[in-house]
Ligand binder design. Structure first.
Ligand SMILES: [Zn+2]
Length: 334
């Protein structure tokens, strides 16, 4: 974990983070309290066992990593829980890392207990948590709604409608996330993504993480995203790297997350990835994906890249500047 010493030694100033999920970014102690406040029956009565249940400790597979969200999503499945979660993520980001611009993503349909809770209430509560954090701290926050690879086209369409409905009230973009489902087709999102874009929403898509470069190409061709979540597998295809560079599509790289999920084998592979991105002038930002579940934070990610001699301080200033420039949060307020 980074501490204040690191913060002073490498003063990156005000930071921007573009890629965190609600399910992996709430302090475990707060998750424990939310679970108890709501009387949720957990598989353990021991806090330290609970901590293991919702943090990576040794996880090295993508599937197992996403399985951790089963508990966090259940605990966050009420208006009260989602409001507190968003508030704690935004306020913690400012206090711990001097993050003053933060995009937070989630799938509200994974937090309404299969339709038992009203989707609009879940979304409004997330917006309320965000607004309260902006009242208390000098931070700009925006929310991204995630489609899901395992959802039907109809369910993803409902999510698109909700994103559009709240486009002027705190929802700033859409994303695609979720467990890899072989029956899912990127083409099924074309209409929804284009409707969202017309409503002024930004588009970022998780691809080139657990899926290969051929899917990244398909995403670029069919959905024309502004940004790509991860995208590290793009280095498999030089022509694709050229395309990403030419189209100025920005990658949201999450180093520790990729190492924990086994998507990237280690820092040596990251060295090659970043050197290819630079060679083809692909724009990239650095993010955590979920600081609490991954036991990291943004400054720690920066320090890992510096200490492993993968990126220089100058590279990271540039990545910070790119993040500030490409955020979906409009100037002033959302
Ligand atoms: Zn992610």
């Amino acid at each position: 974990m980074a501490d204040n010493k690191n913060l002073k030694k490498f003063n990156f100033g005000q930071l921007t983070e573009l890629h965190v999920h609600i399910g992996s970014s709430v302090d475990p102690a707060i998750m424990w309290e939310i679970a108890h406040d709501q009387g949720i029956k957990l598989p353990t009565k021991n806090y330290w066992e609970f901590l293991k249940l919702i943090t990576v400790s040794g996880i090295t597979s993508y599937r197992k990593y996403l399985d951790l969200f089963t508990w966090t999503e259940l605990i966050q499945s009420s208006p009260e829980a989602i409001e507190r979660s968003v508030y704690s993520i935004a306020s913690g980001a400012y206090r711990k890392n001097n993050i003053t611009t933060l995009e937070i993503r989630f799938n509200p349909m994974k937090r309404n207990r299969g339709g038992e809770r009203d989707l609009d209430h879940i979304i409004l509560s997330a917006i309320h948590g965000m607004e309260k954090a902006m009242l208390a701290y000098p931070i700009k926050v925006g929310l991204i709604i995630c489609f899901d690879r395992a959802f039907t086209k109809n369910l993803n369409s409902i999510l698109a409608q909700k994103a559009i409905k709240y486009a002027k009230r705190g929802i700033i973009g859409v994303d695609l996330a979720g467990q890899i489902d072989k029956s899912f087709d990127i083409a099924s999102l074309v209409d929804q993504v284009s409707a969202c874009r017309k409503s002024g929403l930004g588009v970022t898509i998780h691809t080139g993480e657990a899926t290969g470069s051929s899917e990244v190409r398909r995403v670029v061709e069919l959905l024309s995203p502004d940004r790509i979540g991860h995208g590290v597998k793009s280095v498999e295809d030089k022509n694709l790297l050229k395309l990403l560079g030419d189209r100025k599509i920005v990658l949201e790289i999450c180093p520790s997350s990729n190492i924990h999920t086994g998507v990237v084998s280690g820092w040596e592979q990251f060295r090659r990835i970043f050197s290819e991105l630079k060679k083809y002038q692909v724009l990239y930002t650095v993010n955590t994906d979920g600081p609490e579940m991954l036991a990291t934070n943004l400054i720690n990610e920066y320090m890992l890249l510096i200490n492993n001699k993968i990126l220089t301080e100058e590279d990271l200033f540039k990545a910070t500047e790119i993040a500030r420039r490409v955020t979906f949060i409009k100037n002033g307020s959302v």
